[in-house]
Design a protein around this ligand. Structure first.
Ligand code: PEP
Ligand code: MG
Length: 907
C-alpha cells in the first residue's frame, strides 16, 4: 500500500530518505538532514497520494487521512514534549507545499498554525515573551483573513499597523491584541465565519486553501501551452513544528552555502537576516539569475569571527564590521557559525553537490529548515565540478555531465552587471551572445571609420557580405530583420560580436541617420547597448562584466576531450577566427567560406569588377587579380591549421550580394572600371534576384561561369603545393561544393577541379591527395545521397540551408514569426537553432546511411549553425556523424556537449 505520511525527527526518518521522487525535494532534504542527526524541527511529509486524497475531498483530508495526521502530530509531541493545541504546552506548525517543479521558487506556505486565545498564552509562558506570542498571533490572524477568507486589503484599510516600541523587537501584546480584535470584527462584518479556534480545524482549512489555488481554475488549452505549465500542482506537503526567528535578540534566520554560489570559493559561506525584520530578499531566484548579485556581498566565509552578524544596509555600504562590543557580547554567533560550517561540509559530502541551506536560530539554537542543491553561477558551476572531481568526491564523467554547455556562453562573452537596471527600449532575437555598448552608426563604412577608436554598434535593416568589413570593427550588430541564421547572425557569431536581430519596433532612417523606437529617437553617435544573450536593446551605456575564463574551464574541456567521440571543427577563415578556433581547441576547420575572404574593401572592388565584366575574358582578367590574393590566404590558412583537416568551400552566395546598391557606390565602381554609371546600375539590377537563396548561387555559378571555381581550385592547389613543399605542412584538404542537388552537378564541378589539379600538380611534377564532396543542403541531395556518394569523398550537411529548404522557411525572414510559433508551442525550438530531428534530422540520418552504404567509412559532418547547439550535437552523436563544425566561439560548448552525448550514449 502507498504510504500517506513520512515522518522525520532527530536521527531518523521514514521511507526512502533522500528520494525526491517520493518525498519531494524539500522533504527529501529534511529527511536526509534528520537521518544525519542534524538539528531539524520534527515534522512529516504528506505524500502525493495523501494530497490526491485531499483533492478528492475538496481539499480536505479524508477521515482516515486525518487520523494519520493526528498520529503524526502525536509523534512530534513525543519528541518535543509539547502538544498541538494544548493551552499549557503547545507547539505550532508550519505547512509548506512543494510544487511539481524543481526549485520553482518559494513554495506556498503558512506559519503559526495552532494559535488561538488559549495557546497564545501557552506560547507566551513557554517563551517568556508575551509581546512575541501576540505578535505571532496577530500575523497569523491577518494572514488567515487574507489567504483563507480571501478578504481584500480595503476591508482592513481602517486597521493601522501596531506602533513600534522603541528598542523592542515586537509591538506590545496589548497593541497586537487590539489589532487581532479589529481583524475579527472586520471578518464578522463580512458575514463569514470566524477563524476557527480548534487548531486541527485551522490545519484542515489552511490545507484546503493551499491545495486549491485560484490558478488551478484556469484550463484554457492554448493558455496552458503558453504558460508552459508554469503552475504544476503540489507534489508533497510538509507539516513541521515551528521554530521562531523573531523570538528575541538571539534569534534570526539566514542562509548558508557549502561553497560560494557566485565565485565558487570552496568554503562555506553564510549570511544572517536580523530578527528585527527582513533586511533583504535573498530568494533562490535572486541569487541564481545574477552573476554578481548585490546579495553576494552579504555572504561571508563562515570561518570569519563576525560572519553571522546581521549587516545593516549602512554597515554593508561602508563595509564595516560590527562593533567589537557587539561581537564580544555574542559568542553564540561564532558557535552557530562553526556548527553551520561543519554541517555544510557534511551535507555536501553526503549529496556531492553544493548545498544551499536555510536556517533559523531560536534563542541561540540552530535549526535547519531546508537544504537543496544550490543554484550556481556559470563560473561557480565549473569551478566546483572540477574541484569536486579533483578531490575525488565525484568522478570526471560526473563533473562533465554537471555543466550545462549553454553556461559556457556566459563565460565567453561580456554580460550586463546584475545590479544594472537597464532602460530597455525594445528587444529582438538574441542571435549572438554577449553584451556590448557603443555609439550607433548606420553604415558599414561609418563602423569602419569610427570603430577604430570608439566602440560602435552597427545598426542596419539587414547586413550583407559587403558590410563585413565594417562589422569586424563594430562591438555589436543590431538589425530589424533576419533570423538565427541570417547573415548578420552567422557573421556576428563567427566574429564573437554581440548581435540582436529582428528588433521589429525599430525604424531606421539611414538617410537621416536615426533610429526611432516609439517616441524615442537615437541619432548617429548616441550611445546604445545591446544584449545578444537576451535580445534587449538598451538606451545609453551600462556597466558590463568582462568574460571570465578560469583555469578550471580548460581542465573541464580537457576532460571532455577524453570522452568525446565526435570531432569538433570550426567554421573559420580569417586569421582572427582561426586563432580563436585554435585557442578553443577546434579539431580543424569544417567550413572555410571562401566568399568571406573577399570582404576586404579592396578585394570586394576586384570581385565587383569580375561580376560586372561583360564577357569571359573580362572575368578572367579580374579573377587573375584575385588569384594571388586567394593563394596567399590559403597558404596562411594551412600554416595556421598545423596539419589539421580543412574543408574549403568554393564560392557560394549569389553574385549580386557583392554588388553596390547606392548611387554613390554605382558612381565609384563606374569610375574604377571606366564604364558608364547607367551600365553599372543596369547590370546590378539585372543580377538582383527575387529569391536569391534559391537562385543563381553555389555550384550553379560554376556551371555558368566555370572560370570562378577554376581560379579558386588553382589557388587552393598552388597553396597546397607551397605549404607542403616549402613549409613542410601536411595539408589534409577537403574541397566542398555548395548547393549541389544532383550527381550531374557534382560531376560537372568535380571534372573542373580535377582538371585544375592535374594541371597544377603536373607542372610541379608531383601530386598531393585531396578530397571533394558536396555540401548536402538541399533535400534532393539528401534524397539522392547514395548516387552522389559515388563520386564524393565526404559529405558535409549545410543544416542552415537544409532547414530552410526542408521547412520552406526563409532563414532571413523567419525571425518575424518564429517567436510567435515558440510562444504557442507550434515549434518546440527555433529550427535554425536546434535541428528539427523529425524532418531535417530524418533526411540527414537517411543520407548518412546511404552515403556510407556506397562508401563505407565515409567522413560525414555538419557545418550549419546547429553544429554549436548541444541538442543538435546529441543527435549527431546518435546517428554516428564524424564531426560537427561551428563558429569558433561555440567550439568549447560543442566539445562539452559532444562529451556529454558520448557519455549519455555509453550509459
Ligand atoms: C549551411 O547552409 O548550413 C551552411 C553552412 O552554409 P551557409 O550558412 O554559408 O549557407
Ligand atoms: Mg548553405
Amino acid at each position: 500500500m502507498t504510504k500517506l505520511i513520512y515522518a522525520f525527527g532527530p536521527g531518523q526518518a521514514d521511507g526512502p530518505v533522500g528520494d525526491p521522487a517520493i518525498l519531494g525535494h524539500k522533504g527529501a532534504g529534511l529527511a536526509t538532514m534528520a537521518c544525519l542527526g542534524l538539528p531539524v524541527p520534527p515534522g512529516f511529509i504528506l505524500s502525493k497520494k495523501a494530497l490526491s486524497i485531499c483533492l478528492d475531498h475538496g481539499g480536505q483530508p479524508s477521515p482516515a487521512l486525518k487520523k494519520h495526521i493526528r498520529a503524526a502530530l502525536n509523534r512530534i509531541s513525543a519528541i518535543s514534549g509539547r502538544i498541538f493545541g494544548d493551552p499549557a504546552k503547545p507547539f505550532l506548525v508550519a505547512l509548506r507545499l512543494e510544487s511539481g517543479q524543481l526549485l520553482s521558487g518559494t513554495p506556498a506556505s503558512f506559519l503559526n498554525i495552532g494559535l488561538n486565545p488559549q495557546t497564545v498564552e501557552g506560547i507566551a509562558a513557554l517563551s517568556g515573551n508575551r509581546d512575541f506570542a501576540y505578535d505571532q498571533y496577530r500575523r497569523f490572524v491577518s494572514t488567515y483573513a487574507r489567504r483563507v477568507l480571501a478578504m481584500d486589503a480595503h476591508q482592513f484599510s481602517a486597521i493601522k499597523p501596531p506602533p513600534a516600541q522603541k528598542g523592542a523587537l515586537h509591538p506590545s501584546a496589548d497593541a497586537s491584541r487590539q489589532i487581532i480584535a479589529a481583524y475579527q470584527a472586520a471578518i464578522a462584518q463580512t458575514g463569514q465565519s470566524a477563524i476557527p479556534e480548534d487548531p486541527y480545524d485551522q490545519l484542515w482549512s489552511i490545507l484546503a486553501t493551499l491545495l486549491t489555488p485560484t490558478h488551478q481554475a484556469q484550463n484554457h488549452k492554448t493558455q496552458d501551452m503558453v504558460q508552459d505549465r508554469a503552475h504544476s500542482p503540489a507534489t508533497t506537503a510538509i507539516i513541521q513544528m515551528m521554530v521562531f526567528d523573531r523570538l528575541d535578540a538571539k534569534s534570526a534566520r539566514g542562509y548558508a552555502f557549502s561553497r560560494h554560489p557566485q565565485s565558487g570559493r570552496p568554503h562555506p559561506h553564510g549570511m544572517i537576516i536580523s530578527s528585527n525584520g527582513s533586511l533583504m530578499d535573498y530568494s533562490p531566484a535572486n541569487y541564481s539569475r545574477a552573476n554578481h548579485s548585490p546579495a553576494d556581498d552579504r555572504l561571508q566565509p563562515l570561518d570569519r569571527p563576525d560572519c553571522l552578524f546581521p549587516q545593516s544596509d549602512s554597515a554593508q555600504s561602508s563595509r564595516k564590521s560590527p562593533p567589537k562590543s557587539l561581537r564580544q557580547s555574542s559568542p553564540w554567533r561564532a558557535a552557530v557559525a562553526r556548527q553551520l560550517s561543519k554541517i555544510c561540509g557534511q551535507l555536501e559530502q553526503h549529496d556531492q553537490r553544493v548545498q544551499a541551506i536555510s536556517f533559523v536560530i531560536e534563542n541561540g539554537q540552530l535549526w535547519l529548515l531546508k537544504t537543496e542543491n544550490a543554484r550556481l553561477s556559470a563560473r561557480a558551476t565549473i569551478i566546483t565540478a572540477v574541484d569536486m572531481a579533483e578531490s575525488g568526491l565525484i568522478d570526471q564523467r560526473e563533473a562533465i555531465m554537471r555543466v550545462d554547455p549553454a553556461l559556457l556562453d556566459r563565460l565567453l562573452h561580456a554580460s550586463i552587471a546584475s545590479d544594472v537596471r537597464p532602460d530597455i527600449m525594445t528587444s529582438g532575437l538574441p542571435t549572438s551572445p554577449g553584451a556590448a555598448s557603443g555609439i550607433a552608426v548606420f553604415s558599414a563604412l561609418e563602423a569602419r571609420r569610427r570603430g577604430k577608436d570608439t566602440p560602435v554598434i552597427l545598426v542596419k535593416e539587414a547586413t550583407s557580405p559587403e558590410d563585413v568589413y565594417g562589422m569586424t570593427k563594430a562591438n555589436g550588430i543590431l538589425t530589424t530583420s533576419g533570423g538565427m541564421s541570417s547573415h548578420a547572425a552567422v557573421i556576428a557569431r563567427a566574429l564573437g560580436r554581440a548581435c540582436v536581430c529582428s528588433a521589429r519596433d525599430l525604424r531606421i532612417d539611414s538617410q537621416a541617420k536615426t533610429l526611432r523606437i516609439g517616441a524615442t529617437i537615437i541619432n548617429q553617435g548616441d550611445t546604445i547597448t545591446i544584449d545578444g544573450s537576451t535580445g534587449a536593446v538598451i538606451r545609453g551605456a551600462v556597466r558590463l562584466i568582462d568574460p571570465d575564463i578560469s583555469g578550471d574551464f580548460a581542465t573541464l574541456l580537457d576532460w571532455a576531450d577524453r570522452y568525446r567521440r565526435l570531432k569538433v571543427r570550426a567554421n573559420a577563415e580569417t586569421r582572427e577566427e582561426l586563432e580563436t578556433a585554435a585557442r578553443f581547441g577546434a579539431d580543424g576547420v569544417g567550413l572555410c567560406r571562401t566568399e568571406h575572404m573577399f570582404f576586404d574593401h579592396e578585394r570586394i572592388l576586384t570581385m565587383q569588377e569580375m561580376i560586372m565584366a561583360k564577357d569571359e575574358e573580362g572575368r578572367r582578367a579580374a579573377l587573375g587579380k584575385l588569384l594571388p590574393i586567394q593563394r596567399r590566404d590559403f597558404i596562411d590558412l594551412f600554416a595556421q591549421l598545423k596539419n589539421q583537416p580543412v574543408t574549403i568551400r568554393l564560392l557560394d552566395p549569389p553574385l549580386h550580394e557583392f554588388l553596390p546598391r547606392s548611387e554613390e557606390e554605382f558612381t565609384a565602381l563606374s569610375e574604377r572600371m571606366g564604364i558608364d554609371r547607367q551600365t553599372v546600375r543596369r547590370r546590378a539590377t539585372r543580377l538582383a534576384e527575387a529569391n536569391p537563396m534559391l537562385g543563381h548561387r553555389g555550384c550553379r555559378l560554376a556551371i555558368t561561369y566555370p572560370e570562378i571555381y577554376e581560379m579558386q581550385a588553382q589557388a587552393i592547389f598552388e597553396a597546397t603545393l607551397e605549404a607542403t613543399h616549402r613549409h613542410g605542412d601536411n595539408v589534409a584538404l577537403e574541397i566542398m561544393v555548395p548547393l549541389v542537388s544532383s550527381l550531374r552537378e557534382m560531376d560537372f564541378v568535380k571534372v573542373i577541379i580535377d582538371a585544375v589539379a592535374r594541371r597544377v600538380f603536373g607542372q610541379a611534377n608531383t601530386t598531393i591527395p585531396y578530397k571533394i564532396g558536396p555540401t548536402v543542403e538541399l533535400p534532393r541531395a539528401a534524397l539522392c545521397a547514395r548516387e552522389i556518394a559515388k563520386i564524393s569523398d565526404f559529405f558535409s550537411f549545410g543544416t542552415n540551408d537544409l532547414t530552410q529548404t526542408v521547412l520552406g522557411l526563409s532563414r532571413d525572414d523567419a525571425g518575424t514569426f518564429i517567436p510567435t510559433y515558440r510562444e504557442y508551442a507550434v515549434f518546440d525550438a527555433d529550427p535554425f537553432v536546434t535541428l528539427d530531428e523529425k524532418g531535417v534530422g530524418t533526411l540527414i540520418a537517411q543520407a548518412t546511411q546511404a552515403g556510407r552504404q556506397e562508401q563505407p567509412g565515409m567522413i560525414i559532418g555538419i557545418c550549419g549553425e546547429h553544429g554549436g547547439d548541444p541538442d543538435s550535437i546529441r543527435f549527431c552523436e546518435k546517428i554516428g556523424l564524424d564531426y560537427v563544425s561551428c563558429s569558433p566561439y561555440r567550439v568549447p560548448i560543442a566539445r562539452l556537449a559532444a562529451a556529454q552525448s558520448a557519455l549519455q550514449d555509453s550509459a
